[in-house]
Design a protein around this ligand. Structure first.
Ligand SMILES: *Cc1c(COP(=O)(O)O)cnc(C)c1O
Length: 368
């Protein structure tokens, strides 16, 4: 592996395939796999990730917004793409680019049917999203009569799937709540299906749902964080490989004397002799200020160096007083061993936030 001499996010596509195949191995053979590639594929760059997953055999993709789906279509992605959170202004684009909307309210159902009719569509695929307790997006059970009545009056759209989202599938202390969500989803869909007269794909599980609730895999599962290598649970982590490694380099080393301060707003004032290393990565790259003042850390020559003072826009300083290192040495912010999850936890956040925050300024380097 060449040594990093600037800040790079190295992405291992072999690990991506491994994670995909591992998660797939948890499913019944006929269960479909939807890969969630929203938010720049959780910071990894959605086009190469989706292209690779398409080769691996994923059945479906999901993005949050229409523009993310357009980007995949522009890159030649052929598999169906579910847009989880379309806005009214994008409905025409959805149809023009063969994207499939999540329909989550009476209003969005009427608006989409109206757009599909205007564009002379028949049986345009839509996905009905049901709220089973997350209380974020979705129809409630009471909307069923409205849905069936509205759908029976049109051939412009066809329900390709019904889905719902779990609120706490990674948290086994919320097991009873999760089971109530699963039961409600079954109840809603078993009421709806006879009225539709056909059976759409049913899906409810995200990554932790796949791992913890095999009884809720239904016809398809949706995985994001898992394909990028995070299990949300130490007991499953050994089976997955984090695909991304964030590496940088030491630009300069400073020696501070007792009483010296470091960085903006004198975020650190030392009472001892100290060596600090300045690295070319800052909050504009996504290493946000929450990692400053001793919360976050990096690894230099396999030793932990804490971030000291405030994180700057384009730089960060780390304490290397006890580390044998020099300018030009490689720095690991996270990799397969020193995980993004551990770094995120140290700053009281989650891997999802750390990896999706990584800005496009950081060069992505793909390893096959
Ligand atoms: C983001 C998202 C997912 C993926 O969740 P992971 O925990 O990353 O697997 C699945 N479903 C919906 C509706 C989402 O918004």
């Amino acid at each position: 592996m060449p040594k990093a001499n600037e800040t790079i996010l190295e992405i291992d596509l072999t690990a991506l395939k491994h994670n995909y195949e591992h998660l797939r191995s948890k499913l019944q053979p006929n269960t479909k796999f939807l890969a969630v590639v929203k938010a720049f594929s959780y910071g990894n760059d959605s086009v190469p990730i989706a292209q690779h997953l398409e080769k691996c055999g994923t059945d479906y993709f999901a993005v949050a917004y229409t523009s993310e789906g357009e980007e995949l279509r522009n890159a030649g992605i052929k598999k169906p793409i579910l847009v989880l959170h379309p806005q009214k202004i994008n409905l025409e684009t959805i149809i023009n680019r063969c994207l499939e909307p999540s329909i989550y309210s009476q209003k969005t159902l009427l608006e989409f049917i109206e757009t599909a009719k205007r564009k002379n569509q028949t049986n345009y695929p839509i996905h009905l999203k049901f709220n089973t307790g997350l209380n974020r997006l979705g129809f409630d059970k009471q909307d069923l009569p409205f849905i069936t009545e509205t759908l029976s009056g049109t051939t412009a759209v066809k329900v390709v799937s019904c889905f719902s989202h779990l609120a706490a599938s990674e948290d086994l202390t919320e097991d009873a709540f999760t089971k109530s969500q699963i039961a409600l989803f079954k109840d809603i869909t078993s009421n709806l299906i006879p009225k539709l007269g056909y059976t759409p794909i049913l899906h409810q599980c995200n990554t932790s749902g796949i791992l913890n609730y095999p009884q809720a895999h239904f016809d398809m599962v949706r995985s994001g964080i898992g394909i990028y290598g995070f299990a949300n649970d130490p007991k499953y982590q050994p089976d997955l490989i984090p695909i991304a490694s964030l590496k940088t380099v030491i630009s300069q080393i400073h020696e501070l004397q007792p009483g010296d301060s470091l960085g903006y707003n004198r975020g650190l004032i030392t009472n001892k002799v100290m060596r600090t290393a300045t690295l070319p990565i800052g909050h504009a790259d996504g290493l946000t200020r929450i990692y400053g003042k001793g919360k976050g850390f990096v690894f230099i020559n396999n030793q932990k160096a804490y971030i000291v003072g405030n994180v700057c826009m384009d730089m960060v300083m780390v304490d290397v007083t006890h580390i044998d290192c020099e300018e030009g040495d490689e720095v690991i912010v996270f990799d397969k061993i020193h995980t993004a999850e551990a770094l995120a936890e140290a700053a009281e956040t989650i891997s999802y936030e750390l990896i999706t925050d990584l800005s496009k300024r950081i060069k992505r380097v793909f390893l096959i």
